[in-house]
Each structure stands twice: as C-alpha cells, then as structure tokens.
Design a protein around this ligand. Sequence first.
Ligand SMILES: [Zn+2]
Ligand SMILES: [Zn+2]
Length: 212
Amino acid sequence: MHVESFMVGPLGCNCSILADLDAKKAIVVDPGGHLDVIQARLTALGVTVEAIVHTHTHIDHVGATAGLQIATGAAAKIHEGDRGLYEMLPMQSMMLGCALPAFAEIDGSLKDGTTLHAGSLEVAVLHTPGHTPGSVSFVCSGSGGTRVFTGDTLFRGGIGRTDLWGGDHALIMKSLNEKLLTLPDDAVVVAGHGPNTTIGDERRWNPFLAPR
Ligand SMILES: [Zn+2]
Ligand SMILES: [Zn+2]
C-alpha cells in the first residue's frame, strides 16, 4: 500500500493518494484544490483513479473534485448526509471566501461499514458525524499498520468545529469516543488539516477528549 498526503487548496486541506502500485490503481481522498498538483502525482505514480472520496463536503475539501472527475472518469463519492452541504457550495463560497468550484456528479454511496477497493487496497468507511452530518473517516490497514483519514473530525491536539451548517458537538464527541478512539493506539491519523498524529497520542494528549 502506497500512501501520500499533501496540502492543496485555499485552506491547506490534506489531499491523500492511496494506491496499489502493482495493480496501478488508486483512491484519492479530499481533492480540495490544486488539480494540477494532484494530477502530476497520479501521473508520476502511473496509477488510474478508481474513486474520488470525501471526508465531508466543506468547500476546501471538494475544490478539485469536478476537475479530477472529468480528467479521470472516476466516481465521486460522499456520504449522503453531506449532499445538502454540497448543494450549498455557492453559500459556502461566499461565507468562507473561497472560489466557487464546478459541481461534480456525486454519489452518496459512502455508508458506514462499507469497504472501497482499488487493486488489493481495502478502505473501510466509518460514519463519524458531528463536524458535518455526513462526515466520514477512512481506515486502511496494511503491512505498514493502520491509517485513518479523519477529515475535520480529529486533528493533532484538536477536534472539528461544530458551529457551521449541520455541526453537532454531542455527535462529534460520540463519533470520537465510540468510533475513532476504538482504533489501535498506533493507528496513524491523517487529519484534514495539519500534521499527522496517532490515536494513542490523541487519546493521551488531546485536550478536547475526555480522559479515559
Ligand atoms: Zn470541514
Ligand atoms: Zn477542512
């Protein structure tokens, strides 16, 4: 399993490419912007995109979705709970001061407990609502251990804000305690913004998580 993450878009969203380099197939997580950068990495890796998936549909995580879909023909997947938020992109654009991206053809097939495949790569979908109604986390386990892509639900030393459209503080705490913190301590967390961390470090040091 090959995993790489890099910052894209106006608010520095972490975009990730998860790839089976033998099968030359990949999944792209949160193409928030900089389509040219994402495409250059895909070309360098020599992979085709099986799916474009999103931790949630805030504008900074979907900026290059339509362009990447046109370029690759891949399905663009969200959790159905975030469809309303996606349709509100013009309003998000005005309120957050980001350029309005083109609309992609999205499907709401990211359901809790389902698995995405690209070659031998398996990525499990966890519904982790609270930051937005349709926020999800992606978990993949391989020889390099477990990695979880938490979007804006969990950051190093922080958790997602819940004061935006559809945010719910009680719900994000439930997602954190009942879903993300049940992952192994050594699971690497790739957050929606900022540096990586581990579940164990966040369990111990994150001031927003109740001591357990
Ligand atoms: Zn967000
Ligand atoms: Zn974000």
